[in-house]
Design a binder for this molecule. Structure first.
Ligand SMILES: [Ca+2]
Ligand SMILES: [Ca+2]
Ligand SMILES: [Ca+2]
Length: 455
């Protein structure tokens, strides 16, 4: 195609000729037999806004072009290549316009043409520019969230653009230099997802937020973007880190009434009898540089009937085991809890309570600190409840899960150093995760992560 800026001038010249010639040509011609002509053109994505259809600039499908003038109003739609054609349009002068809903125009909004027998109508072409989102994938080798010049870029990395209005997704792979661009985007509400590289070699997680990376540390999703017509977003970078993770079991607690007992503390002495009801909860923490899926199993001895689940982790009950998990990865350093409300249904002498933080999805090597076990036994009920029965003064604060969390200030807890970590309130993270899940359940590019999650 040629320079479309010249078209307006040509069209104007044609219009002047037509004005002089048309009346003579059409004298005495019945309307039904009025001579007609055909013309066409295109709507294309003028990505560099120079008014010229350059190589690599695609056509815009689905634009509605209108010709309004001597013979009335006529409409045509652009095809997959952005082309349109008007057939059998009566001779005369027309204003040709197009729908630019959600795109910015880079050429004149109206082209004037005149159809007559003396001239062949020129192609009518409209340039539009969509919004664009461009950035770079890189390996944040030093883990500071910033992209230093010497940190390697990641080619062939997969990103998805999700239209939150239509639900449609489009995809891009980064070039060898790590760069990517989503282009020709209609104005609207979107988010971008950066691929989960858990299954790559080496295994990578999303790097920390607040630096150069625009993607969530826990799920690789960007914030919601409201794009205006033609808006350019650059440096929308996706940072990763090679995952290093050590899951550790932190504590095993028994909550009875309003009191929390540390079952690892040799000074803890409880007389458990048939009929007693209490809660057992274990804490696990992922320690590392990326977000961890975090799963943990709490296994209870026969004789402790599991009445209900307990704790901030989602969980399922399998016989004497409560398996805790998260559907979204967790920030390292925060203790999470899996537990069970139990009732003693029979006496037993040599039982064991076992808490196991499952091996990290990033392949941790130190598994010695993943497990805590404590011996446990229960005796037949006596005439009265044991002396350890405490008043039911559950420590509560705002928040559903937090209300059930063991609190560091309760009495009869010896390992205060470890329990201090319970002050790391998991609620804000939990709420964030739930919200993000609700917002984007259909995102296809997270299937790998979902496959890794245990449910
Ligand atoms: Ca151009
Ligand atoms: Ca860095
Ligand atoms: Ca470990």
């Amino acid at each position: 195609m040629s320079k479309y800026s010249k078209l307006a001038a040509r069209a104007t010249a044609a219009a002047m000729i037509a004005a002089a010639v048309s009346p003579m040509l059409f004298t005495g011609t019945a309307a039904a037999d009025a001579p007609t002509s055909t013309f066409g053109g295109s709507v294309w994505f003028d990505r560099d806004s120079d008014g010229v259809a350059d190589a690599g600039e695609p056509g815009r499908q689905g634009a509605v072009v209108k010709a309004s003038g001597a013979g009335g109003e006529f409409f045509a739609n652009t095809d997959a290549n952005g082309k349109f054609t008007f057939q059998k349009i009566p001779f005369g002068a027309y204003d040709v316009t197009h729908s630019d809903n959600g795109f910015a125009a880079t050429t004149a909004a109206t082209v004037k043409i005149t159809l007559n027998a003396a001239t062949t109508a020129e192609s009518v072409d409209f340039g539009v520019r969509g919004a664009s989102i461009c950035g770079t994938s890189w390996n944040d080798a030093n883990g500071d969230g910033k992209h230093q010049a010497d940190e390697p870029r990641i080619g062939d990395n997969f990103l998805g653009l999700h239209n939150e209005t239509t639900g449609k997704d489009s995809y891009e792979n980064t070039n060898a230099d790590g760069t990517y661009c989503f282009q020709d985007i209609q104005a609207g509400t979107y988010h971008v997802g950066a691929n989960d590289r858990l299954l790559m070699s080496p295994q990578q997680g999303w790097t920390k937020e607040g630096g150069d990376s625009k993607f969530s540390f826990v799920n690789g999703r960007s914030a919601t973007l409201t794009l205006t017509p033609g808006q350019k977003i650059e440096n929308f970078d996706a940072g990763y880190q090679v995952g290093k993770m050590d899951v550790r079991a932190t504590q095993l607690l028994l909550i009875w009434g309003g009191t929390t007992y540390d079952l690892k503390d040799p000074n803890t002495s409880l007389s458990i009898q048939v009929g007693d009801e209490f809660t057992i909860v274990g804490g696990v923490v992922p320690e590392g540089n990326v977000a961890e899926q975090l799963r943990a199993d709490l296994t209870l001895p026969e004789g402790l009937k599991i009445v209900d689940k307990f704790g901030g982790m989602s969980s399922h009950i399998y016989g004497q085991k409560v398996s805790g998990y998260f559907t979204e990865r967790r920030h390292p350093g925060l203790v999470e809890f899996v537990g069970a409300k139990v009732k003693v249904e029979k006496a037993f002498a040599t039982g064991e309570i076992k808490l196991e933080g499952l091996k990290s999805i990033y392949g941790e090597t130190n598994l010695t600190n993943n497990v805590i076990t404590v011996p446990f036994h229960a005796i037949e009920a006596e005439g009265h409840p044991s002396t350890t029965t405490a008043p039911a003064t559950t420590t509560t604060t705002a928040g559903v899960v937090q209300a059930n969390m063991p609190q560091a200030k309760v009495t009869k807890v010896a390992a205060t150093g470890e329990l201090a970590q319970t002050g790391a309130n998991p609620m804000p993270i939990l709420g964030l995760g739930a919200g993000l899940l609700a917002a984007g359940g259909g995102a296809l590019w997270f299937t790998r992560r979902k496959a890794a999650a245990r449910d």
